[in-house]
Design a protein around this ligand. Structure first.
Ligand SMILES: Nc1ncnc2c1ncn2[C@@H]1O[C@H](COP(=O)(O)OP(=O)(O)OP(=O)(O)O)[C@@H](O)[C@H]1O
Ligand SMILES: O=C(O)c1ccc[n+]([C@@H]2O[C@H](COP(=O)([O-])O)[C@@H](O)[C@H]2O)c1
Length: 209
């Protein structure tokens, strides 16, 4: 296991509640690094769909992304853990993190839906991911396992032939690439990421090269 978290994250409650039906949002991502856009869309979808909780699911190896400037796996996880620590309905699931190979969502959701049959999963994605769905591994089977929830993102259309529930959110242009770019240019990332994440990036000297 490649984990060494500095802050203890909440345990996902759906792992304990196997009796009653639960509605659980998942936001999967590379989180390189986590930023306020991720946190804000997760919170808004939680609120809008009245979900029971939100799970942040960091991937080990992103399926479709060549991830530049990837810091150590532990650094990526430490930032995510710190960022969600103070929200009682946010938690972390390391199922992808601990699996070898590319983190295909179908593999993950097959496992979770079999393990937690009383849970309805809502997989939250930005418009860039919505537009890309046709290229996802076993997408036709995956849409049978989860309810996709799409949110707007500047520069992308919210159009897809796949069943996606759209949730209207207050959008933000922030992205992990913008954060990495700003750090490299020595520009402030304050208010674009949680304070602890900005501090962590500075202290560890991430994204400078
Ligand atoms: N500002 C945002 N608005 C809406 N969706 C977002 C936003 N930032 C990230 N997402 C969504 O969150 C999920 C995880 O994103 P990811 O961790 O890859 O971050 P990213 O900002 O897209 O990274 P990068 O800039 O490196 O491509 C994706 O589905 C993505 O569409
Ligand atoms: O399963 C796939 O084929 C697939 C293809 C692209 C992205 N995903 C998942 O979608 C989420 C957002 O991906 P990304 O690349 O924007 O970090 C993350 O959980 C990825 O594992 C999944």
């Amino acid at each position: 296991m490649r984990t060494s978290t500095m802050v203890k994250a909440n345990i996902p409650k759906y792992k304990e509640a196997i009796q009653s039906k639960r509605h659980v949002g998942i936001i999967g991502g590379t989180f390189n690094p986590i930023h306020n856009g991720h946190l804000s869309i997760a919170e808004q979808v939680y609120d809008s769909l009245q979900l029971d909780e939100i799970i942040f699911m960091p991937n080990a190896i992103p399926p479709h992304k060549i991830a530049p400037q990837m810091p150590s796996q532990n650094a990526r996880l430490a930032m995510l853990t710190q960022a969600i620590a103070n929200n009682p309905h946010f938690s972390l699931d390391l199922v992808e993190w601990e699996r070898e190979g590319k983190s295909y969502t179908y593999d993950t959701m097959k496992l979770l839906t079999e393990r937690y049959p009383n849970t309805q999963f809502y997989f939250i994605i930005g418009a860039d991911s919505v537009m890309d769905l046709s290229s996802w591994y076993r997408i036709a089977d995956l849409v049978e396992l989860v309810q996709f929830v799409g949110v707007k993102r500047s520069g992308y259309q919210l159009e897809t032939p796949f069943p996606v529930t759209f949730v209207d959110i207050v959008g933000s242009d922030v992205s992990s690439s913008i954060i990495r770019h700003r750090v490299q240019l020595n520009q402030s990332i304050r208010y674009l990421v949680p304070d602890q994440v900005a501090l962590f990036i500075k202290e560890k000297g991430l994204y400078l090269g």
